[in-house]
Design a binder for this molecule. Structure first.
Ligand SMILES: Cc1cc2nc3c(=O)[nH]c(=O)nc-3n(C[C@H](O)[C@H](O)[C@H](O)COP(=O)(O)O)c2cc1C
Length: 201
């Protein structure tokens, strides 16, 4: 990879992200949409897990989940969160912080409707992160739903499932460099403008 310079970066971090994301999608053996989402609750308990990026645009970084899950409870209490991508083939990391908002119902309905039927039924079958006795319990619930919806093509989105968007206030682009002298550029939102500075590795 050529060394990163301020002049080679897009002044808009979303466009810069899209460029790196597209290169990662072409080159990575792993799922380039997988990102770590870190949240914190009101008791300062921090947790992190992988979710999949479904949309990145001027609005922010969107993902879908269960609105009754532990991550959703965290976000209900404190809506500051962080995302991290690692793309090993391109030797790049992107770190994003910001505030998380629920997507509107139409956006969640549209995405839910785009999933295949069994994935929609899977969302209905799972109370995410609840304790279950065994896998058979889950598969029985899934089989019941398959029967219930056998004659229906439409599976309505449950109200406890939907999307969030993280609206960024800072985005850092990291690219591996020789001798561990990596390139790091931080975009910070100041008012309506993005300011870019270079960071020591
Ligand atoms: C590759 C990968 C992709 C995942 N994508 C999602 C996702 O898009 N949404 C989601 O709710 N959970 C996803 N998960 C599961 C989460 O990591 C996590 O187990 C689940 O959301 C429960 O998290 P919570 O208990 O912190 O709320 C994914 C896991 C992996 C390994």
């Amino acid at each position: 990879m050529p060394t990163l310079t301020k002049n080679s970066l897009n002044p808009d971090p979303i466009q810069q992200f899209t460029l790196w994301f597209n290169e990662a999608k072409q080159q990575e053996e792993i799922d380039a949409t997988a990102m770590t989402l870190a949240t914190v609750n009101a008791a300062y308990e921090v947790s992190a897990r992988i979710v999949l990026l479904k949309q990145a645009d001027e609005q922010g970084f969107a993902f879908f989940t269960n609105y009754t899950s532990p991550k959703a409870h965290d976000l209900d209490e404190i809506n500051n969160a962080a995302l991290v991508f690692w793309w090993p083939k391109t030797e790049r990391q992107v770190r994003i912080t910001g505030k998380v908002e629920k997507l509107d119902n139409t956006a969640s309905d549209n995405y839910f409707a785009s999933r295949d039927k069994n994935s929609r039924l899977g969302a209905l079958a799972s109370k995410q992160s609840n304790v279950i006795p065994d896998r058979a319990f889950l598969m029985n619930r899934f089989a019941q739903l398959q029967e219930q919806y056998a004659k229906h093509t439409v599976v309505p989105r449950p109200e406890y499932w939907g999307g969030y968007v993280l609206v960024p206030n800072a985005i850092e682009f990291w690219q591996a460099g020789e001798h561990r002298l990596h390139d790091r550029f931080l975009y910070k939102k100041v008012g309506n403008q993005w300011q870019i500075c270079q960071l020591s590795p």
